[in-house]
Design a protein around this ligand. Structure first.
Ligand code: HEC
Length: 172
């Protein structure tokens, strides 16, 4: 009996802690670890990831936030606000924090705007959007070659880890 009660206390206080911290700054310890791959380059490893998930909005004449992620040069140049990565320091790089989706404000690609996440969901699943087959998901199944492709998908933790390795190795 006692055990169940004290277990509940612990769970409740953990929930509170998690909620409080997710309101404040992002928790960098939640970043996926850098990949152990060596010799990571933009051309070979990073470009394909950005092309799949980012360049739809971050390229062309009017890139979002003035940030173009289509070439190494443009990626290093950053946005109209300034640089989005710190060479050698992936943990402090805005681009990594954005793509790891640590907080809904800065998460990239942006979360779909269909209502807020329910109350009291500390953390929550990293990927936005309704699960496939959920009521209201509608539309064609993803992965079809239609004119209107599926929305850009968030990077997986492994992919974020690869970007981290690339930055940590000097962003070449
Ligand atoms: C659907 C369009 C869209 C996609 C896809 C997208 N972004 Fe963005 N991005 C935006 C918009 C809009 C902003 C600026 C407004 C904001 O902060 O929400 C932005 C801002 C940013 C910023 C902040 C720039 C600054 O200095 O303020 C970064 C970094 C960024 N995006 C990285 C990425 C990365 C990396 C990806 C791919 C994983 C990506 N974005 C995919 C629309 C997009």
């Amino acid at each position: 009996m006692m055990n169940i009660v004290s277990q509940r206390c612990i769970i409740l206080s953990l929930l509170c802690l998690a909620t409080a911290s997710s309101r404040a700054e992002v928790d960098l310890s939640k970043l996926p670890p850098p990949s152990t791959k060596t010799g990571v380059t933009f051309a070979q490893d990073i470009k394909p990831l950005l092309e799949a998930s980012c360049v739809k909005c971050h390229s062309g004449d009017k890139p979002k936030a003035g940030l173009r992620l289509d070439t190494l040069e443009n990626t290093l140049k950053g946005s109209k606000e300034g640089k989005v990565l710190v060479s050698g320091k992936s943990q402090q790089s805005q681009i990594v924090i954005a793509m790891a989706q640590l907080d809904p404000e800065s998460a990239m690609p942006p979360k779909p705007r269909q209502g807020r996440r329910g109350p009291g969901g500390p953390g929550g699943p990293p990927a936005g959007g309704p699960p496939p087959g959920a009521p209201g998901a509608g539309g064609p199944p993803p992965g079809q070659h239609g004119g209107f492709g599926p929305p850009p998908k968030p990077l997986t933790p492994a992919e974020v880890g690869l970007v981290r390795a690339w930055i940590d190795q000097g962003a070449k």
